[in-house]
Design a protein around this ligand. Structure first.
Ligand SMILES: Cc1ncc(COP(=O)(O)O)c(C=O)c1O
Length: 407
């Protein structure tokens, strides 16, 4: 019988009685809120403590989603009108949405054959108005952080790493999310560690942490379950992005399991890559650090668009339903994001595009804005690598791919 290709959702396959117990504990104590309740809340705090240790950072702040983490980070960093923020052409709508929500202007950067931000193009996209660089460790894989950090340092521009898709990954032995001024993560269902929803920010900068804290909550701090007014320097507007205890309960267990989940995906991914290496007409995605790739996706390039369209169809028919040609990968591709292409405004005032402060930042986002990326997306295929594969399932998928790409 043909092996089944399991659904993706990496963290989901590892949920067991540990998560159940934690959730029951929250419900039985009726302590659903992170700051106070009938009993002393503990799970969101436990998650934050585990995150500080796991990533090796001074500060970790749990929030309600990865999108929420991005908008909170923008507030902490003070991004606003007149600012340009560089984002890669291959990301998620949330990455670019956080920039627009801040009334700043997104500037697209090409990706290279690693499918992450191309450092050579990043240099070209920097202007006097560039206020932030957002490398996205896309589809599990680290960006070229040596070159990106060097360019950022040379121009004195802060970096916010979007690690939503590569939680647990590393670059040259250092955890992703710890290179820039801030790093963000997601615990949404399809992430390496999940609570259904949830997000996290990490930083070593005390001031950024407190600004993020104030923004994610109600513009105040909590001491001994009492609200306290923050110092003026860290005062921001509230966004209401606190993580609930139920979510913290699941996420605090999942973050402990993350190394094991990632190790499983890495092993499957490496075994599959090794078998696919040298297949005529197929080129594997370049990895900026093969050791640090968290493993949840396999990406490969074919010679042209027609071959990629044909191969995806064959793969799906054979049972690899989750295979997708990158050009068709929804809101991960800049030109597939309708609100971006049409420069949808935040209000009838036309902002952010119409703001006087943004008058010099005029860019287009329709297909063609990043031609090198467009060419890569057209001929490349992505396949999620589920987190509990057997070697039989891996071998079967490799045979399906080899057959699908045959000339
Ligand atoms: C690269 C990237 N950034 C941000 C997010 C947003 O995370 P969330 O879905 O938790 O809001 C996602 C989620 O898919 C993502 O893939």
């Amino acid at each position: 019988m043909q092996p089944q290709w399991p659904c993706e959702f990496p963290g989901v396959h590892w949920i067991d009685e540990e998560e159940e117990q934690a959730v029951l504990d929250v419900l039985r104590s009726r302590t659903l809120f992170r700051h106070y309740g009938p009993a002393k809340p503990k799970y969101v705090e436990t998650l934050e403590a585990a995150a500080r240790e796991f990533y090796g950072v001074r500060y970790a702040l749990a929030v309600n989603s990865g999108t929420g983490a991005l908008t909170t980070a923008m507030a902490a960093l003070g991004i606003g009108p007149g600012d340009e923020v560089i984002v890669p052409s291959f990301m998620w709508v949330a990455t670019v949405a956080a920039v627009v929500q801040a009334n700043a202007i997104p500037v697209l950067c090409e990706v290279d054959e690693s499918f992450t931000m191309a450092p050579a193009d990043l240099e070209k996209k920097i202007t006097r108005r560039t206020r932030l660089i957002v490398p996205v460790h896309m589809a599990g894989s680290p960006c070229d952080m040596d070159r990106i950090m060097a360019i950022a340092a040379q121009h004195g521009i802060p970096v916010l790493e979007d690690v939503a898709q590569a939680n647990g990954g590393c670059y040259r032995g250092r955890k992703l999310g710890t290179f820039g001024a801030m790093g963000i993560f997601s615990f949404q269902l399809n992430k390496n560690a999940t609570a259904g929803e949830g997000g996290l920010l990490v930083t070593n900068d005390e001031r950024l942490y407190w600004r993020a804290f104030s923004a994610h909550d109600m513009s105040l701090f909590w001491r001994d379950a009492q609200p306290v007014d923050p110092e003026p320097d860290v005062l921001t507007w509230p966004q209401g992005r606190r993580m609930p205890e139920l979510c913290g309960a699941v996420a605090s267990v999942q973050i402990r399991k993350l190394p094991q989940i990632v190790q499983h995906m890495q092993q499957s991914n490496r075994r599959m890559r090794a078998q696919l290496e040298g297949t005529p007409g197929l080129q594997l995605r370049r990895l900026n650090d093969p050791e640090g790739d968290a493993g949840p996706f396999l990406i490969f390039l074919l010679e042209n668009e027609a071959k990629a369209i044909h191969a995806v169809r064959q793969m799906k028919e054979a049972g690899l339903q989750s295979a997708v040609r990158l050009a068709d990968y929804g809101l991960h591709i800049y030109s597939n994001i309708p609100a971006l292409v049409s420069k949808t405004t935040l209000s009838s005032a036309g902002n952010p595009w119409s703001l006087e402060q943004n008058a010099q930042s005029v860019y287009r986002y329709a297909k063609g804005a990043c031609p090198a990326s467009d060419a890569l997306f057209a001929r490349s295929i992505l396949l999620p690598v589920p987190s509990r594969l057997t070697e039989e399932q891996e071998n079967w998928a490799v045979q399906v791919i080899k057959k699908a790409v045959q000339p």
